[in-house]
Design a protein around this ligand. Structure first.
Ligand SMILES: Cc1cc2nc3c(=O)[nH]c(=O)nc-3n(C[C@H](O)[C@H](O)[C@H](O)COP(=O)(O)OP(=O)(O)OC[C@H]3O[C@@H](n4cnc5c(N)ncnc54)[C@H](O)[C@@H]3O)c2cc1C
Length: 437
């Protein structure tokens, strides 16, 4: 291709630009926000919140940006291995997973390294502007109109291929509807989640701990009665990033004292940090109302030369930490699609099918878990009660046994598809663990 345009230069847009740089002579990333030294952009307030990178997301990051882990660690990020990564359920530390690895870094830090790597690719350039419309020629995308400091109002940038990476509130569907195209059907689930993140000075109060994550499970009927749900990560700048989460009336607020009180009702690592470490700055809150995905494969028509990635395609409940990993896996789908020498005149159905496969897995896991909350009212999949009964038992077995937990966490980390939890050998081991308890 001569030119590919990526609308949106955040996490998903950056990885998409990296993939496109293998296939286009000129890649333009259109991003209106000046993402400064603090790595924060106006349109993405979620960047303030603790972002965990699942191990599959980490693997994919290293695949597209070799050496980035070393670079991040040199810059102050922490790489947690084995016992440095701790998961608690209903207040109990889960069985260790040999070989577990997780990176501790803030989202702005991670993303600023990604941006630097993408900007260093000779034929990728950033255009500080807002995408204001899609140029359609016949049945295909042929460019983007822009407005902003780096472009004249209404300027048209021609392209052979266009990627929508404009996040959850992408205007693409409205643009398409305006031009007479059907909007992609949307699946959604209302979860009414509240998030609050605060930073703390980090000393040696938790030894080599990099990640501690705690969630309610079957023993508390997934309610914050035994412990508060929350997590901490050792991040660059000798800091802890601490997040608390809660649903409906139990959403955490911005009050510092209340944040500390709530941390003291969490598992031991969070209690320790609340007691001995000093909070830096304010508590930042975020409200996430619903998980949402657009399902393009249910359309019969879609413009050629146009794909959708990242939150614009699917934005799922953040407590499962899937968003960044999904963006990377969708970028893989884009790479696989482009490798097959597609005709950009035709709709990218093969891309959407591949991307939907990974979204399906994430969606299945997160929505099944969300349905355990009493205020979440569906939609329920067929056989939900049986599924939940089995999932509760497997979750319980994963607390007790390393081998069961390794496979369970493989699914949580998106290294294995959800169906790995239905393999007979795995189910038999989980049953043995529970019977011998
Ligand atoms: C509270 C919270 C916590 C989260 N925690 C995690 C976590 O722990 N782990 C994890 O993996 N994921 C997490 N996520 C999900 C993650 O933040 C998203 O999946 C991720 O930001 C998606 O990246 P994106 O590039 O698709 O969209 P965004 O990051 O939202 O970026 C969209 C970009 O498009 C740009 N844009 C918007 N309009 C235009 C326009 N008209 N023209 C050009 N550009 C435009 C914006 O400026 C922005 O830069 C969390 C989300 C939330 C809300």
């Amino acid at each position: 291709m001569k030119r590919a345009i990526v609308m949106g230069g955040s996490y998903a847009g950056l990885i998409a630009a990296r993939v496109l740089s293998d296939y286009a002579e000129d890649v333009v990333v259109i991003e209106p926000d000046v993402i400064g030294g603090d790595g924060l952009g106006r349109r993405t307030p979620q960047r303030h919140q603790l972002h965990a990178l699942l191990s599959m997301g980490h693997t994919q990051l290293e695949r597209w940006f070799p050496g980035i882990t070393d670079e991040l660690v040199k810059g102050g990020a922490r790489l947690g291995e084995d016992q440095d990564v701790q998961f608690y359920l209903d207040g109990r530390l889960k069985a260790p997973v040999p070989g577990a690895r997780m990176l501790g870094a803030t989202r702005p830090f991670l993303e600023s390294h990604l941006r630097r790597r993408v900007a260093a690719i000779e034929h990728v350039r950033f255009c500080q502007a807002q995408a204001t419309g899609l140029v359609l020629r016949g049945d295909r995308a042929a460019g983007v109109t822009t407005a902003g400091p780096d472009s004249e109002d209404g300027e048209t940038l021609e392209a052979d291929f266009v990627v929508d990476a404009m996040g959850r509130n992408s205007p693409l569907e409205d643009w398409l509807a305006h031009s007479g195209w059907d909007q992609a059907p949307v699946d959604s689930m209302r979860v009414d989640l509240g998030y609050a993140t605060a930073m703390f000075h980090r000393g040696d109060e938790l030894g080599s701990t990099v990640i501690a994550h705690s969630s309610p499970g079957p023993a508390s009927n997934y309610q914050p009665t035994l412990t508060e749900p929350g997590a901490l990560a050792a991040v660059e700048g000798e800091r802890w990033s601490v997040v608390l989460a809660g649903y409906a009336d139990h959403r955490p607020g911005p009050d510092r004292e209340e944040f500390l009180r709530r941390m003291r009702r969490c598992v031991a690592p969070l209690r320790t940090v609340a007691d001995v470490s000093e909070m830096i700055g304010d508590v930042r809150t975020y409200r996430f109302v619903e998980s949402r995905r657009r399902v393009h494969s249910r359309l019969t028509r879609f413009p050629g030369g146009l794909v959708v990635v990242g939150d614009a395609l699917a934005s799922v409940n953040p407590v499962y930490g899937q968003g960044l990993t999904l963006a990377a896996l969708e970028a893989n789908a884009l790479g696989a699609y482009l490798r097959s020498h597609p005709d950009p005149q035709n709709p990218a159905w093969d891309y959407f099918r591949l991307a939907e496969t990974v979204v399906d897995g994430a969606w299945q896991l997160s929505t099944a878990a969300d349905l355990a909350q009493p205020h979440v009212t569906g939609p329920y999949p067929r056989g939900y009660r049986v599924q939940k009964w089995v999932a509760d038992k497997l979750t319980e077995a994963s607390v007790l046994d390393s081998a069961v937990n390794a496979q369970y966490m493989g699914v949580v980390n998106m290294e294995l598809p959800p169906k790995a939890l239905t393999q007979p050998g795995f189910l038999a081991r989980a049953a043995r663990v529970l019977l011998s308890r």
